[in-house]
Design a protein around this ligand. Structure first.
Ligand code: IMP
Length: 199
């Protein structure tokens, strides 16, 4: 039996690794942008919400590939900064390390109780001519005072969980089981299984 092919449309190496880890059990052939020759294709994230940008990316890459396509838009929202950097998390500074340094600086004067923040992930799934849908996952935490941990990517070393560890101090299994991306993907799983059954 041939496997259902599904494109995971992200150029972000950290996201891609987590998708690979989380989806290895599903009976699907997961393809990357590289696999389908679309790695250089840029889709401008012109939306001002996570949903809008996730849909933009999934629609553009599914149209270009003709394949069922999954794309995520995600980021960190800090309450003391009125939700910033939010949808601009990837563009907050030129590199991931500079993003973390800038965010730590932006909340340097904010007291512990007001440093609350969350990671948000919107996953959009587009099956050409069949369905367009999305799911959302969130994880609540706070911004730390310094970087800790070496796992994960992006803002993980400065995202404090209620147990006192940063997201970058979790193993990948632990992160995937509680993360915004893990939660959004778990909600999407029954629909992917349905896609496989009806292929
Ligand atoms: P996007 O490609 O526009 O969705 O960018 C998302 C950005 O949000 C990433 O480049 C990271 O900076 C940040 N981000 C999203 N998910 C995570 C995560 O799981 N850990 C740490 N940072 C994340």
């Amino acid at each position: 039996m041939s496997l259902t092919r599904l494109l995971v449309a992200t150029g972000n190496a950290g996201k891609l690794r987590e998708y690979r880890e989380m989806m290895s059990d599903l009976p699907v052939e997961w393809l990357t942008l590289k696999d389908v020759g679309l790695y250089g294709m840029d889709v401008e994230e012109t939306g001002d919400t996570f949903v809008a940008n996730a849909l933009l990316k999934a629609q553009a890459y599914s149209q270009a590939s003709g394949l069922p396509t999954l794309a995520d838009d995600s980021g960190i929202a800090v309450d003391a900064l009125n939700g910033a950097p939010g949808v601009y998390s990837a563009r907050y500074a030129p590199t991931e390390a500079e993003c973390r340094t800038k965010l730590l600086g932006a909340v340097a004067e904010v007291p512990t109780a007001l440093r609350t923040a969350r990671f948000v992930c919107l996953i959009a799934l587009v099956v050409p001519d069949v369905v367009t849908m999305y799911t959302e996952g969130r994880v609540e935490g706070a911004i730390s005072y310094e970087e800790r941990g070496t796992n994960g990517f992006g803002y993980d070393p400065i995202f404090l969980l209620p147990d006192g560890r940063t997201m970058a101090e979790l193993s990948s299994e632990e992160k995937n089981s509680i993360s915004h991306r893990g939660r959004a993907l778990k909600k999407l799983q029954p629909f992917v299984e349905c896609l496989v059954r009806n292929a």
